[in-house]
Design a protein around this ligand. Structure first.
Ligand SMILES: [Zn+2]
Length: 296
């Protein structure tokens, strides 16, 4: 059976399950501080494939790729900027292998770490970096591009445009919020409503939130996004609760069962795709899968 696009599936009323954390998973497999996670796509391929396969085995309908820091700007920190295309194509190929023909690959594109407001980078340079990454991920077999952990409207919009204008992939854009005195805001000061509107205006087909918050906070964020964004499908990648810093290490407190208990509420708030971010494991995704299946 030919699989539909993610949009078609969500719009038909299906609730989809996404995957869980990659960074914290690779750390458990021995990724060291200061090491380039994305280089593992070339040098530790079997380990990366195992992460991808673990989430498919847990019941995810879609998996990300080990390409979060795969922009030329991020790879430059490791002297690997010129290998951006090679690394991203490999990242998508690995997840494609794990996903097979039936599951979706939503390839990760994270922030470049460069801010337009500071003048350290131009719009053309940012667009070119996102275009390079998007093209390579599409070439490796990605179904969708998941632009994530965004905080600035201008950077997110350039990434969305680069993805839409240069590939046939569906485009997802998620932002990361923190709760402060004024409510939920990105690091650059966007509310969930403002972030949703900026992303939709730039052409994203799916909006959402990832990282920074557990499922309980995501329920509130999704409600704010929905109020501002009409019917655009929404994706949530929630952390396993809010991290507690214990001896310099972030520890994520929520068990799979605790996260899964909030799935109904986040779906009722109109999230159509539910998965995990930092601290979540295949066990969390398995519990979320069961909770989603129990909704039907
Ligand atoms: Zn995260």
């Amino acid at each position: 059976m030919m699989k539909d696009g993610i949009l078609t599936a969500v719009e038909s009323g299906r609730i989809l399950v996404s995957d869980g954390a990659w960074g914290t998973f690779l750390q458990k497999k021995g990724l060291k501080p200061g090491e380039c996670p994305e280089l593992w796509c070339l040098e530790r391929r079997a380990e990366v494939l195992d992460v991808a396969r673990s989430y498919i085995a847990a019941g995810a309908d879609m998996i990300e790729t080990n390409s979060f820091g795969g922009s030329r700007f991020k790879l430059d920190h490791y002297g690997l900027g010129d290998r951006a295309a090679e690394i991203n194509e490999a990242a998508a190929t690995i997840s494609r292998e794990a996903a097979g023909a039936d599951k979706w690959v939503i390839a990760s594109i994270g922030p470049t770490g460069k801010m337009l407001v500071s003048g350290e980078v131009t719009e053309d340079e940012l667009y070119a970096a996102f275009k390079e990454q998007a093209l390579a991920l599409a070439k490796g077999g990605a179904d969708a591009l998941c632009i994530e952990t965004m905080s600035a409207a201008d950077e997110a919009s350039l990434a969305i445009r680069a993805a839409r204008e240069n590939t046939n992939c569906e485009v997802i854009c998620t932002f990361t919020f923190q709760r402060g005195a004024k409510g939920y805001r990105t690091m650059m000061g966007l509310s969930p409503a403002q972030a949703a509107q900026a992303a939709v205006q730039a052409g994203t087909q799916i909006i959402g939130a990832n990282c920074g918050n557990g499922m309980a906070q995501m329920i509130e964020i999704v409600k704010e996004m929905r109020a501002a964004s009409g019917t655009t499908p929404m994706l949530v990648h929630a952390n396993a609760g809010l991290p507690k810093n214990i001896n310099g290490v972030d520890v994520f407190p929520e068990s799979p069962e605790e996260m899964a208990a909030r799935v109904k509420a986040v779906v009722d708030a109109d999230a159509g795709i539910v998965g995990g971010c930092c601290g979540t494991t295949p066990a969390h995704i398995k519990a979320i899968r069961q909770a989603v299946d129990n909704l039907a």
